[in-house]
Design a protein around this ligand. Structure first.
Ligand SMILES: Cc1ncc(COP(=O)(O)O)c(C=O)c1O
Length: 410
């Protein structure tokens, strides 16, 4: 572990090099040496075309190019420009009109929303609960805030979503703390591609309804990939189930514009609540804005203006949705290709539905990943297996690699 010279460690574990960027660097070095075709770089979390180029929706790009200086050069209000806040709720909820009260506060990507919700709905020293398979920055964000992450097993022995495991850990943590933030990343979960079914959600909400009334739970639904799972309305059908929760359980959404609008670098997103009362919704807005002021102040205005302008023009919105549908079809075909080929060769994958990533459970992921690197296959080793980004490789490569992964495991 690195020694700290001037900086304070503050309980954090800070590696010298980010693991994923290190692997990606080695993949690029091999591409330089042996050429594009010899290398499969399945580490990258952005949607790339079959030639490895970033895919950008031209409708969004045109909207960006058409911005007036006032729409990007001035400060945005701390909580976001009003038209953006409205658009963010529409973008997140689709056609669903909540019974309760919503508020949206601008954030730098989904990451900023996750940060502000953890900061305001848990206390220093608390544990935040998520599944064992999870996006590792949750741990980074929690440790930056003096919290830590606790996990439950995401799947039971029957390969079903383990709502009971989530509930057991919830009870244990609430014995020791008064508040709990539970992060559920769905649909198209990173790193497994799983989506909670409506039945999974009913089990989760039924169990959480038993939280003692004096305890407070915040459900943080990370929907970073919601528009890449399949039909956009169908994958939003779980929202009404959340509104059956009692008032001491607050459903919130970390909505990211990064993937949905292909503006990863714009740092645009929103923290959204589905509150049962206006008071709770207003409090949500107030505390999130306060945290924004004390961390990044206001967010970049350009992304907010792009989203506001898209939602102000139904024809433009339809163009964006149609373009997104095309790139989503391409991604879904890659996922299916990987899944089919894995089944054909007998490679077990973690329950998968759709999205940017597929995971393979295995022992010693670091050793297997190092072995695969020698053959030009670059994946991300996680605690419990390997993550393959089908978002960044062609359908042909998705078919090519399952047999090679299996061979490396054997
Ligand atoms: C699971 C998950 N949540 C949230 C995010 C946040 O993305 P951003 O902050 O770029 O919007 C990502 C991005 O990779 C992610 O994979």
């Amino acid at each position: 572990m690195a020694e700290f010279i001037m900086a304070a460690q503050n309980g954090r574990i800070i590696p010298k090099e980010d693991k994923i960027f290190g692997i990606s660097r080695r993949a690029n070095e091999m591409i330089e040496e042996k050429g594009e075709e010899a290398v499969v770089n399945a580490t990258i979390g952005t949607l790339l075309d079959d030639d490895g180029e970033l895919m950008v929706l031209s409708s969004v790009d045109d909207t960006f190019m058409g911005l007036e200086p006032e729409e990007y050069a001035g400060y945005a209000p701390i909580g976001g420009i009003p038209a953006f806040r409205k658009a963010a709720v529409r973008a997140a909820l689709g056609k669903y009109e909540p019974k309760g009260y919503t508020e949206a506060v601008a954030s730098p990507g989904g990451t900023g929303a996750i940060r502000n919700i953890i900061a305001n709905y848990s206390c220093p020293g608390d544990k935040v609960l998520t599944s064992d398979w999870h996006w590792s920055p949750y741990g980074t964000i929690a440790s930056e805030l003096g919290r830590s992450v606790e996990t439950y097993e995401m799947f039971n022995e029957d390969r079903q979503y383990n709502a009971e495991g989530l509930w057991e850990k919830t009870k244990q943590l609430l014995d020791a703390q008064d508040r709990l933030v539970i992060i559920i990343n769905t649909p198209a979960h990173n790193p497994t591609g799983y989506a909670l079914t409506n039945d999974d959600w009913k089990r989760v909400t039924d169990l959480l309804s038993n939280v003692p009334p004096e305890k407070r739970v915040t459900l943080l639904i990370d929907t970073a990939y919601i528009d890449f799972a399949g039909d956009e309305e169908q994958y939003r059908a779980f929202f009404p189930i959340l509104e059956t929760l009692p008032a001491n359980i607050l459903p919130t959404i970390a909505y990211s514009m990064s993937k949905t609008f292909t503006i990863y670098g714009m740092r645009c997103g929103a923290a959204i609540c589905l509150a049962p009362t206006q008071e709770i919704a207003e409090e949500f807005r107030r505390v999130c804005e306060f945290s924004s002021r004390g961390s990044w102040s206001n967010c970049a205005k350009a992304g907010q203006s792009i989203i506001a302008n898209i939602y102000a023009d139904e024809a433009l919105l339809a163009r964006v949705s149609a373009e997104r549908k095309d790139i989503r079809e391409m991604l879904l075909a890659r996922g299916r290709a990987f899944e089919e080929e894995a089944r054909r060769v007998g490679l077990t994958i973690v329950p998968f539905d759709a999205g940017f990533f597929v995971s393979i459970p295995c022992d010693d992921p670091d050793a297997i990943s190092a072995k695969l690197e020698k053959e030009g296959i670059f994946l991300v080793p996680l605690a419990k297996g390997l993550r393959v980004s089908v978002a960044s490789i062609s359908e042909e490569k998705c078919r090519r690699i399952p047999a090679k992964i299996l061979a490396a495991m054997q």
